[in-house]
Design a protein around this ligand. Structure first.
Ligand code: GLY
Length: 316
């Protein structure tokens, strides 16, 4: 018997951890628990910037959501990307995993699949999210103030592709659980980068980038600037480091160093990434790049605490 544990990204991860720990206490599997946690965050429209309905839309004002999940017992996984009007993209990702021979469905086709599966289409906007979009999106008409948060040198890709990035506009909830039977499960869900180009998909629905879970090595998940996480295959990298004998903490720190090195070679965004990891023995790791100010929630038994992750700077 293992001691059940759940970890989740950011302070709002507490909502996910509380829901997941209740599910684990009822004897549910790690995957079911992680999914319950992710859905609790998706359902909370007060989490405005980054997950589920009520979060910040793309440049055209459309809210598109990305999610994936993975079962550490079997490596079964499913994902949806760029899907509109579906309240729980993580639940839809599960249907992809269970009802199709595929891993990833995208856009209108994912929505069609959702309808076929009995999901309802819903309006994903809140008055607050629409107001914020009207006030802040980069292409708004009669924009009066200059861009106060410019891209770093080399990142000005011109026109609509030049998107500001900060920790306030691109968070993700990644939930990793270990159940009493010693199995691992994980879910990652996001609305991605605020004011992104239509069609942009980050790391979150990509198995190996935003999430990877394997009972024989460990589980890892990511948050932060998706392009820089994709560039290094962040979550699979961490799981393979654990398979090779690194602790979850060492593996997360190595991923941050790799992200710094990759950004130095090709980065188009600031290296603001953070990683979480959990091994089959219940050991936890977390690390972030500097200026990411990343905190994560940990639940063991009835206790849930919020912890700061170790910040890793570029290696000189
Ligand atoms: N990590 C979320 C995203 O960049 O889409």
């Amino acid at each position: 018997m293992a001691e059940p544990i759940t970890i989740a990204t950011w302070p709002f991860g507490r909502t996910a951890v509380e829901a997941a720990m209740k599910a684990l206490a009822r004897g549910e599997s790690a995957l079911d628990a992680a999914l319950a946690g992710a859905q609790a965050v998706e359902a909370d429209t007060t989490i405005r910037n980054s997950v589920g309905f009520g979060s910040l839309p793309d440049r055209l004002g459309r809210l598109t959501l990305d999610a994936c999940l993975m079962d550490g017992r079997t490596l079964a996984c499913g994902a949806v990307a760029c899907v509109e009007h579906i309240r729980h993209p993580s639940a839809l990702a599960r249907r992809v995993m269970e009802k199709t021979p595929h891993v990833l469905l995208v856009g209108e086709a994912a929505k069609w699949f959702a309808l076929e599966q009995g999901f309802r289409l819903e309006v994903p906007y809140t008055l607050e999210s629409l107001k914020e979009w009207l006030e802040k999106h980069p292409d708004r008409p009669n924009r009066e103030t200059p861009n106060k948060n410019p891209q770093p040198a080399g990142a000005e890709t011109s026109g609509a592709a030049a998107i500001n990035i900060s920790e306030f506009n691109h968070d993700t909830v990644t939930v990793l659980s270990l159940d009493a039977k010693g199995h691992l499960g994980g879910v990652c869900t996001t609305s991605g980068l605020a004011y992104k180009l239509p069609g942009r998909v980050g790391d979150s629905p990509i198995i190996g980038a935003g999430l990877y879970v394997d009972d024989t090595a460990g589980a890892a998940g990511a948050t932060g600037v998706g392009e820089e996480i994709l560039r290094i295959g962040g979550s699979l990298f961490i799981v393979e480091q654990m398979r090779a004998g690194k602790s979850p903490q060492e593996a997360c720190e190595l991923a941050c160093r790799r992200a710094h090195a990759a950004t130095a070679r090709r980065g188009v965004h600031p290296t603001r990434v953070a990683f979480l990891a959990l091994d089959p023995q219940g050991n936890v790791g977390a690390a972030c790049t500097e200026k990411t100010n990343f905190q994560y929630a940990v639940g063991r038994g009835e206790k849930v605490e919020l912890l700061p992750a170790k910040a890793i700077g570029p290696t000189p």
